[in-house]
Design a protein around this ligand. Structure first.
Ligand code: AMP
Length: 186
């Protein structure tokens, strides 16, 4: 069992974000779940990786060649895969993982999250996807998603694909209990 964690290349403005990344890393190790992530040593990505390694866990990074120096690839990972493009990175992270969790992050995190969610909506995979809503960070996104449903751009079953919880154990429970609805065109 491996979970892909999408997280930021920045630490965020408050320590609560890095702490949430570390807590999630420790939790995944406790549950014997391997971690897949973007391979960097900086931001909440670095906080997650350091916590997993300190707890003796298994963590694989997937990073594009062009970002190896820029994002400062983590040197101590269980495994680091260097790929050619951002697209390959996302495809590989997805292939390696049984589920996805997004921590608070920036545009890259949002892009990764919405891509796997939209692939799920199209029935291209049936893996669960969760948002760790640290300190209400993703409340505005949840409101936008409500609006998408109200305005007829997203089905309620599509909305239900995105699991949301304020804490790691609660989110893992939701991921474990997930049963995928039919894809949009099924
Ligand atoms: P961010 O949340 O913006 O800090 O980015 C988190 C991760 O997403 C980093 O590893 C970035 O390299 C990656 N990223 C940034 N922009 C994109 C994009 N357009 N597509 C895919 N990944 C991205």
């Amino acid at each position: 069992m491996r979970i892909c964690v999408f997280c930021g290349s920045s630490p965020g403005a408050r320590p609560v974000y890095a702490e949430a990344a570390r807590a999630l890393g420790r939790l995944l190790v406790t549950r014997d779940i391997g971690v897949v992530y973007g391979g960097a040593s900086v931001g909440t990505m670095g906080a997650l990786a350091d916590a997993v390694l300190a707890a003796g866990g298994d963590i694989t990074g997937v990073i594009p060649r062009s970002l190896v120096e820029h994002e400062i690839a983590h040197a101590g990972l269980t495994k680091l895969e260097v790929v050619d493009t951002l697209h390959e990175r996302k495809a590989r992270m997805s292939e390696l993982s049984d589920a996805f969790i997004a921590l608070p992050g920036g545009l890259g995190t949002l892009e990764e999250l919405t891509e796997v969610w939209s692939w799920g909506l199209l029935g291209l995979h049936t893996k669960p996807l969760g948002l760790l809503n640290v300190d209400g960070y993703y409340d505005p996104l949840a409101h936008l998603v409500d609006r998408m449903v109200a305005e007829g751009f997203l089905s309620p079953s599509g909305q239900a694909m995105l699991l949301l919880d304020e804490d790691g154990p609660g989110l893992l429970e939701r991921l474990e209990g997930y049963s995928p609805p039919l894809g949009k065109w099924s």
